[in-house]
Design a protein around this ligand. Structure first.
Ligand SMILES: N[C@@H](CCC(=O)N[C@@H](CS)C(=O)NCC(=O)O)C(=O)O
Length: 203
């Protein structure tokens, strides 16, 4: 197996953290996003979404989308991490919080980053107003996240799950790209984020 990635990006870090938590490792191939390597026909043939990460299996099959990759790895690597939750209520709660944090947090953050910085202006029309609106939505979501974490140790309940990985990367984006002061304003996010950040798998 080979993982095509751009190691520092949130979507690739999601798979890296997941791999560490299930105690596995795979061969890596770095893809130069800024240089446009992922928009070449060669890479587009590998990744259905045209983005990193993409996992190449030994039989030549490719899986793109970080959550799909995590699900596959969880299936093939025997582990007790239970990051997608036990079948039934727990997995439904993991799925619910994962989708909430992804759709309302991370995707808004991505849209803000892409449209404000123009990082991918060689391949898409960047609309700064949409970037600012998305940033506002991502910031507004922090209140919902903080309220949830006031009542729950982890996002989906008492156990660490894939939703926490995504939430952690969303907060890193808000702190890193937009200098949002989490520590001052969102005390429950701060406690949870510090706890995850102290785990070796999240570093
Ligand atoms: N939903 C996708 C998002 C993947 C994604 O947006 N990857 C970014 C890096 S974080 C990328 O490859 N960007 C290059 C581009 O948009 O051209 C996933 O979870 O894998």
């Amino acid at each position: 197996m080979k993982l095509y990635e751009s190691a520092a990006t949130p979507s690739c870090r999601r798979v890296s953290i997941f791999l560490k938590l299930i105690g596995a490792e795979v061969e890596r191939v770095q893809v130069d996003l800024k240089g446009g390597e992922n928009i070449t026909p060669e890479f587009q043939n590998k990744s259905a979404s045209g983005t990193v990460p993409a996992l190449e299996l030994d039989d030549g099959t490719y899986i793109s989308e970080s959550v799909a990759i995590c699900r596959y790895l969880d299936h093939i690597v025997p582990n007790q991490a239970n990051l997608f939750g036990a079948p039934g209520l727990q997995s439904a709660q993991v799925e619910m919080w994962h989708r909430i944090v992804e759709f309302q947090g991370l995707i808004a953050g991505f849209q803000a980053f892409r449209n404000i910085t123009g990082f991918y202006s060689d391949r898409e029309n960047c609309v700064s107003e949409w970037g600012e609106e998305s940033k506002g939505r991502a910031v507004a979501f922090l209140t919902k996240l903080d309220n949830r974490l006031a009542h729950s140790t982890y996002l989906a309940g008492d156990e660490l799950s894939v939703a926490d990985i995504t939430g952690f990367l969303f907060i890193n984006l808000m702190k890193g790209a937009f200098k949002v002061d989490i520590d001052e304003q969102y005390s429950h996010i701060q406690v949870w984020h510090n706890k995850l950040g102290a785990m070796p798998e999240f570093q």
